[in-house]
Design a protein around this ligand. Structure first.
Ligand code: HEM
Length: 170
């Protein structure tokens, strides 16, 4: 029982850190940096992005380990994923949707953190003067992938709440 409580605690703490971190970037950092010059913004995004990336990927590992543990504690077995009466059930669909969204988050994060994000900051800090349009396009794509991840993150929280407390009836 104690291990389960610690697992749920770590799971929710990781959600607070990751979602809270993205919210801070979107609501506080980005509007502030819009007022300062591009070079400074790009350098800040590169440094802050690299630090937050480490935290986010450590969080993903915690989500996975505690998520699997929580599922096990709630009686979900690997064999359930091949049982039509389970994966067709409302609960089974919730769990499968959550795992599928988690895989999508890992892909979107990998593209953003290791490809588009670094390319965007590089384009601004190194080549921004020579090709500002390309730099701007990369920056917009990086921002778009960041926002997609934020929305997927909110969906993960909603799915977590529904796994524990049931699906809302409107
Ligand atoms: C981006 C990743 C994730 C986020 C943001 C997230 C968020 C949450 C939140 C906020 C809760 C608590 C809901 C509540 O107590 O009302 C929760 C619960 C839960 N999550 Fe996740 N989660 C993530 C990934 C995962 C993964 C990958 C799994 C499975 C492999 C998982 C399985 C669960 C389970 C089983 C619960 C119920 C915990 C309990 O027994 O109280 N989660 N999740």
């Amino acid at each position: 029982m104690n291990l389960y409580l610690i697992s749920v605690f770590l799971h929710i703490l990781s959600a607070m850190l990751w979602i809270g971190g993205m919210l801070f970037l979107i609501l506080v950092v980005t509007p502030f940096l819009k007022q300062s010059d591009r070079m400074n913004s790009a350098q800040f995004y590169r440094n802050a992005g690299q630090r937050f990336r480490k935290i986010a990927w450590m969080g993903f590992a915690v989500f996975f380990v505690t998520g699997v543990f929580n599922l096990g504690y709630r009686g979900v077995r690997l064999t359930d994923f091949v049982r039509p009466e389970w994966f067709g059930s409302p609960y089974g669909k919730l769990v499968i949707t959550k795992i599928a969204l988690f895989i999508a988050i890992l892909i979107v994060s990998a593209v953003h953190d290791f490809w588009i994000g670094p390319a965007a900051t590089r384009a601004v800090t190194e080549g921004g003067k020579s090709d500002p349009a390309a730099a701007e396009k990369l920056r917009k794509n990086a921002a778009l992938f960041g926002r997609i991840n934020f929305i997927l993150g909110l969906a993960m929280v909603a799915l977590g709440v529904m796994i524990v407390r049931g699906v809302p009836r409107f």
